[in-house]
Write a protein that binds this ligand. Structure first.
Ligand SMILES: [Cu+2]
Length: 321
């Protein structure tokens, strides 16, 4: 029994090129950056030529574009994403989730590559690894490279889905571990003192506060935000309706008139972190991306103050008790 298994293993090793599985050539990608995926197809199905490759794109890899291949028909399937992503300052809500190259013929003795590009969302850094299941169709039969590892399982999978490890992007420029900035500026928009509150255990939402000044000549508009620690970011207004203080989502965002400052503070305008994925603790600094209609995206840091705090932590107004 053991001996047969060994012989099979040797035979497989001899008959197949170095990598017998369909894989990604580059198996590591940086969160928040673009990624060029090269699927390597080293063999057909039990001697049969490959006639089709279909790959599924995992959530969080967005703005995907396949590279056409001469001799192969290219078909993509698009659908809404589970959430909105930001690409070069633009919100992306739907896109390609499946790519098929078909109608070609790749001989079992030959090797080829199938290429697409996409954006790896920053939030995938928390996931560690994402998978791109592939169905390889042949003249007769198919290989389904769709097996996913179960948590804690290290056994070799029969037909593993191509895996991509997501790593934190290397900070460019060598900033070191400097204290977080309190002022962020870009294209006529100045953001000062972003802060939020520590959340008591189990809280599902949190508010973000900051001061936005439009130093430009034209009105701008805060239209969206994105953070890794919550499912989505909304722009809210507190208002009294029928004698009751309520929060209202501003679907068109918040206008920042030219030359003016708009304050987002408790009891007024604020950004709302919906669906917190983790509690916020006092003293922490959390990253966010705000999107403006004109200025585009601006990366900022929110300092986390105390539960129920009324002012930005570590600055602004000091109260003496
Ligand atoms: Cu709110």
């Amino acid at each position: 029994m053991k001996r047969i298994a060994l012989l099979v293993a040797i035979a497989t090793t001899l008959s197949a090129p170095a990598a017998a599985h369909i894989m990604l050539q580059q198996r590591e990608a940086e969160a928040g950056r673009s990624y060029r995926a090269v699927l390597t197809v080293p063999h057909g199905c039990r001697g049969q030529p490959t006639t089709g490759i279909t790959v599924s794109i995992p959530e969080g890899v967005f703005a995907v574009k396949p590279q056409p291949k001469p001799g192969w028909q290219l078909v993509t399937r698009s659908q809404p994403y589970q959430r909105a992503y930001t690409n070069h300052g633009r919100e992306v809500r739907e896109g390609v989730v499946e790519i098929s190259w078909s109608g070609g013929s790749l001989d079992n003795a030959h090797y080829d590559e199938f290429v697409f590009v996409g954006q790896v969302d920053a939030s995938l850094a928390d996931k560690g690894t994402v998978h791109f299941p592939v169905v390889q169709t042949c003249a007769s039969g198919e290989h389904r490279w769709v097996d996913l590892p179960k948590p804690g399982e290290t056994a070799q999978l029969d037909q593993p889905a191509p895996a991509l490890r997501i790593v934190q992007a290397q900070a460019g420029g060598g900033h070191g571990a400097a204290a977080p900035a309190a002022v962020f500026e870009k294209a006529g928009i100045r953001i000062e003192q972003p802060w939020t509150r520590a959340t008591p255990g189990g809280a599902r939402v949190g508010g973000g506060y900051l001061r936005i000044t439009n130093t430009g000549q034209a009105a701008d508009r805060l239209v969206a935000g994105q953070v890794t620690f919550a499912e989505r970011v909304e722009i809210h207004e507190m208002a009294v309706a029928g004698g009751v203080m309520t929060m209202r989502n501003l679907p068109d965002g918040l206008e920042i008139p030219a030359g003016q400052t708009v304050e987002l503070k408790p009891g007024g305008y604020h950004v709302m972190f919906m669906g917190l994925r983790q509690p916020l603790t006092e003293g922490q600094v959390v990253k966010a991306t705000l999107t403006f209609a004109r200025a585009g995206t601006i990366e900022i840091d929110f300092r986390v103050g105390s539960v129920g705090g009324r002012n930005a932590p570590g600055g602004g107004h000091h109260h003496h008790h």
